[in-house]
Design a protein around this ligand. Structure first.
Ligand SMILES: Nc1nc2c(ncn2[C@@H]2O[C@H](COP(=O)(O)OP(=O)(O)OP(=O)(O)O)[C@@H](O)[C@H]2O)c(=O)[nH]1
Length: 318
């Protein structure tokens, strides 16, 4: 594996690239955690990769460690002072202090070439990736009145098209253009509605000290109940599920009486209210929202056929 610093529009993230023996793909994690730089006692354990900090071989040089990203603090041309000792401070445990701050915000994202790279408006995957980093990077106000920097991670899984691959997803799109929804199109092609697995995500999160017996619990950004259950099976301790509201749906009025979604309505409305206050009264839509008929159909299928926990809205077609 290797790690490097990535400046994002929302702040600094550390990109981790994982090789694995489960499949032949390179999965990724983007970690947002200012504790990576900080000296001295921390409020919470740093989100730090165990495999990155491990000593890989007795012959490994300091240059090897630096180029794969196993350093603490900011890398500079005087990196000698900043390079990690073989026992990195990140493994220090801070039991009392971690009780005082919320669990890190985690998003498990699945690859979507069409949505992320091509900018397709059939789905909101590109927007979701940006929105996840934005939400994770947002400062957190503690009950004591102190504000601390946001911390968390996006695990980026190479599971294109909900695991059916790009070719099958393109075929499914052609069936969708004949009027079928995303679930039926997958089934017509002989695939499951969703073929993803979360074993690699579980391993990546354990490597980052999240979940598992020793790890921190997390706040999980998702509307997908299957994803929550699958990750819990992998040992992730989910302290809270945080809804992932499509930007084009933010600011709408939720329909009354949607029993499945009702518990989230209040939370989302509250979140929008806070965002609106932060934005000086304007409705917050972070960046360009994907919108249109294709996206509406896609989102409604997720709610109506895949059980996603998002409220449908007044004014939507029955
Ligand atoms: N098969 C198929 N996959 C799609 C389609 N549109 C997007 N995807 C894939 O769906 C995956 C994203 O998953 P979503 O179902 O949007 O969201 P989720 O991860 O299940 O749920 P959330 O966590 O709530 O966002 C990516 O792998 C996309 O490539 C489609 O029309 N057909």
């Amino acid at each position: 594996m290797a790690r490097t610093r990535i400046p994002t529009p929302h702040g600094t993230a550390f990109l981790h690239l994982y090789h694995n023996n489960w499949d032949r793909k390179e999965h990724l994690a983007m970690v947002v955690d200012p504790a990576q730089f900080a000296e001295g006692p921390q409020l919470a354990p740093a989100i730090r990769s165990r495999s990155l900090d491990a000593v890989w071989s007795e012959t490994e040089t300091e240059m090897d460690r630096i180029t794969r990203g196993a350093y603490v603090g900011r890398l500079s041309s005087t990196a000698h002072a900043a390079s990690a000792p073989h026992t990195a401070h990140a493994h220090t445990h801070h039991p009392q202090s971690s009780d005082n701050i919320p669990s890190p915000l985690i998003r498990i994202h699945s690859e979507c070439f069409t949505g992320e790279t091509v900018g397709s408006m059939r789905c909101d995957c590109g927007e979701q990736l940006d929105e996840a980093i934005r939400l994770i990077s947002q400062p957190i106000a503690l009950p004591t009145g102190t504000t601390i920097p946001g911390r968390g991670a996006v695990v980026y899984l190479r599971q294109e098209g909900r695991g059916i691959g790009l070719l099958s997803k393109l075929r499914a799109y052609n069936l969708q253009d004949l009027g079928h929804d995303t679930v039926t199109a997958n089934l017509m092609l002989g695939h499951g509605a969703d073929e993803r697995g979360y074993e690699v995500a579980g391993a990546v999160l354990r490597d980052l000290g999240l979940g598992g017996e020793q790890g921190e619990s997390v706040r999980l950004l998702t509307n997908n109940p299957d994803k929550v259950h699958a990750l819990q099976k992998e040992g992730l301790r989910v302290a809270e599920r945080v809804p992932m509201v499509p930007r084009s749906w933010q600011g709408r009025d939720a329909a009354a009486g949607d029993a499945a979604a009702a518990p989230d309505v209040e939370r989302i409305t509250q979140g929008q209210k806070e965002s609106k206050e932060r934005a000086g009264g304007a409705t917050m839509i972070g960046g360009d929202a994907v919108h249109g008929e294709d996206l509406e159909k896609y989102l409604r299928t997720k709610v109506l056929r895949m059980g996603h926990m998002l409220p449908l809205y007044l004014g939507d077609d029955p």
